[in-house]
Design a protein around this ligand. Structure first.
Ligand SMILES: [Zn+2]
Length: 172
């Protein structure tokens, strides 16, 4: 399974034909996503099924799986983060048509484009699914630093400025 996704598809035509495409996109090819990551390692496995539902709405059922490296905002180190996204997007021509969509759908607005690069949509979905404040799910800093960063310091305990300084020094 090392095939590249097609660069250009016509989603409406794909839906009418009930086509499925699978392939891979290297994270390094997604510049907007890469900017939000610790590095651009990783490859997205993509599976898209196009079809038309019983109400006549053309849609794309997508599954995107990737492990990326995020920047932990607590310790500023790299942090592996696995994403496995399932999304169902209704194909719509114009923003004005979004309102009539059934609740189960998010819109994929295609405007007048005949051909679109499916990787751009995959990138959008991955960006939306990123955690807002990425942090390791364990205490990744020594406890005293971690507590100082996470919790209010109790006012009745005077904090020595030297303790804070030495904590900073030992971090280097
Ligand atoms: Zn961390």
């Amino acid at each position: 399974m090392h095939q590249q996704l097609p660069r250009e598809i016509d989603p409406f035509r794909f839906a009418h034909s009930g086509l499925q495409i699978t392939g891979e996109i290297p994270v390094s090819k997604m510049s907007r996503l890469s900017e939000m990551l610790y590095d651009d390692s990783g490859t997205v496995l993509v599976d898209m099924q196009f079809d038309i539902d019983t109400t006549g709405t053309p849609f794309m059922l997508g599954q995107f799986a990737v492990t990326v490296n995020l920047l932990c905002e607590r310790c500023m180190e790299s942090m592996a983060h696995s994403m496995n996204i399932t999304t169902k997007l209704a194909l719509v021509r114009h923003e004005g048509k979004v309102e009539g969509l059934a609740e189960q759908y998010e819109p994929w607005i295609l405007n007048d484009a005949k051909q679109v690069d499916p990787a751009l949509m995959v990138e959008d979905e991955l960006i939306l699914a990123l955690p807002i404040v990425p942090k390791h799910d364990y205490s990744c800093l020594p406890e005293q630093l971690w507590q100082a960063g996470e919790e209010e310091i109790e006012p009745e305990k005077p904090v020595s400025p030297f303790a804070a300084l030495s904590a900073l020094k030992s971090k280097k």
